[in-house]
Design a protein around this ligand. Structure first.
Ligand code: 1CP
Length: 349
C-alpha cells in the first residue's frame, strides 16, 4: 500500500474506488473534547508553534473517526503571521488584524514569505504528521486564497458584506492588484514549502470568494488563482479549489487549474459536477447543519449526496463548509458509517 493507492488519492485522480472517501473541513479542533482539552492551556497559534502538539491535534480526528485524509492543523492566517503581520485569533470572532490594509503604504509593508525561515514550525509539524501516518492515509496541506486573505487584511476581521474589501477593489484597482500580487507570491511559496515537507494534496480555501459576481471574479481574482495552480501543477499532487457560495462561479473556477473542485451545499452535487465538468473531481457537499438533525435525516441526506455523485469516479465526500462547533461527535461518526455502508455502483473507469 502506498499513499497513491489510498481512497482519497484515487478519488482525487478520478480512479475507481471500493467506496467513497470522506474527510471534513475543520475536522481538527472545533468538535472534539480531546481538542478542547489541549486548547484549555494553549492558544490556537501556540498549538501550531509546538509541532508535537500540532501533530497530535491533526491526528485526533483520524483516530476518533477513521477519516480518509488528515488536514494539517493551522489557520489561513499563518503566511501573514510568518511575514510579520500583527494579528490575533480571537475566540468567538476569528482573525483580527491590528493595522488593517487601507493605503499604498500598508500594501508595501507586506513582505514576501520565506517559509523555511518564517514558518519552520509548520513545516516541522508536517514532517512529524507524515511520519506518524506512515502510508495509511494522505495529509492535506492548505492555504487561504488571496481574495479571502485580502478581505481579512482590509476589513480587519470577518465581515458579512465585504463592503470595505469591494470598495477598495473598485476604487483602487491598481493597488488591489498589487495587494493580490503580493498575497499570490506568499501563497505559492507557502504551498510549495508544504509540498516539499511532505503533504500529499493541497487545498486552496477561497472561503469568501462567493461574495463576488462572475465578472468581478474574472477581473479581480481569477488571474491569481490561475497563477497559483499553474505554479503548483508540476508538483503532481491533487489540488483542491474551494469556496463558499460559489454556485455562480463554478464554471469559471473549474478553468483555473485545480484537479478537484469543492462544492458547497447551495447547489446539488449532480448539477455542480455537470457545470464543473466530469473531467474534474469534486469534493462535497453536505450542509453542515444536517449534522445537527436526527440520525434518520443524516442518513437520508448523506445518501442523497452519494446518489447525486452517481457512482462516478472522482467524488470525495465532505461538507459544503466546515463542521460547526456545536456538532455532536456522534453525528460525525454517523455520516461516516452511512458512507461506509453505501453500496457503491462504480460506473466505468
Ligand atoms: O480553537 C480555536 O480557536 C477555534 C477556531 C479556529 C480553528 C480550529 C480558528 C479560528 N482556526 C482554526 C483552525 C483552522 N482554520 C483549520 C485547521 C483545522 C481543520 O480544518 O480541521 C483550517 C483549515 C482553518 C482555515 C480557515 N480559517 C478558514 C478557511 C476555511 C473556512 O472555514 O472557511 C478561514 C476563513 C479561517 C479564519 C478563521 N480562523 C478562525 C476562525 C473562527 C475563522 C473564521 C472567522 C470568520 O468567520 O471570519
Amino acid at each position: 500500500m502506498t499513499i497513491d493507492d489510498s481512497l482519497f488519492m484515487r478519488a482525487a485522480r478520478r480512479q475507481p474506488v471500493s467506496r467513497t472517501p470522506v474527510w471534513f473541513m475543520r475536522q481538527a479542533g472545533r468538535v472534539l473534547p480531546e481538542y478542547r482539552a489541549v486548547r484549555d492551556s494553549l492558544t490556537l497559534i501556540e498549538i501550531t508553534q509546538r509541532p508535537e502538539v500540532c501533530a497530535e491535534v491533526t491526528l485526533q480526528p483520524v483516530r476518533r473517526f477513521g477519516v480518509d485524509a488528515a488536514i494539517l492543523f493551522a489557520d489561513i492566517m499563518h503566511p501573514l503571521i510568518g511575514a510579520g503581520v500583527a494579528l490575533d485569533i480571537v475566540d468567538g470572532v476569528g482573525p483580527v488584524i491590528h493595522q488593517p490594509v487601507r493605503a499604498a503604504a500598508d500594501v508595501e509593508r507586506l513582505r514576501p514569505l520565506e517559509p523555511a525561515a518564517d514558518l519552520p514550525y509548520v513545516l516541522e509539524s508536517i514532517r512529524i504528521i507524515k511520519r506518524a501516518l506512515a502510508n495509511s492515509i494522505p495529509l492535506i496541506g492548505f492555504a487561504g486564497a488571496p481574495y479571502t486573505l485580502a478581505a481579512y487584511l482590509i476589513e480587519g476581521k470577518g465581515t458579512r458584506d465585504f463592503a470595505r474589501t469591494k470598495a477598495f477593489m473598485y476604487a483602487e484597482p491598481a493597488l488591489w492588484h498589487q495587494l493580490m500580487e503580493r498575497l499570490t507570491g506568499m501563497v505559492i511559496a507557502y504551498m510549495r514549502a508544504q509540498a516539499a515537507a511532505g503533504v500529499d494534496a493541497l487545498q486552496l480555501f477561497d472561503s469568501w470568494v462567493g461574495s463576488l459576481s462572475p465578472r468581478d471574479y474574472a477581473a479581480y481574482v481569477q488571474p491569481y488563482a490561475r497563477r497559483i495552480f499553474d505554479a503548483l501543477a508540476s508538483l503532481g499532487i491533487p489540488l483542491i479549489h474551494f469556496g463558499v457560495n460559489t454556485a455562480t462561479l463554478l464554471a469559471e473556477m473549474a478553468t483555473d487549474g485545480a484537479s478537484v473542485i469543492g462544492i458547497d451545499w447551495r447547489i446539488g452535487l449532480d448539477d455542480a459536477w455537470r457545470v464543473v465538468g466530469h473531467d474534474k473531481a469534486v469534493q462535497g457537499n453536505l450542509d453542515p447543519c444536517v449534522l445537527l438533525a436526527p440520525e434518520d435525516v443524516i442518513d437520508r441526506e448523506v445518501r442523497d449526496v452519494l446518489a447525486r455523485a452517481g457512482g462516478r469516479p472522482g467524488h470525495i465526500f465532505n461538507l459544503g463548509h466546515g463542521l460547526l462547533p456545536q456538532t455532536p461527535v456522534d453525528a460525525v461518526s454517523r455520516v461516516i458509517e452511512t458512507i461506509h455502508e453505501y453500496a457503491l455502483v462504480t460506473i466505468g473507469e
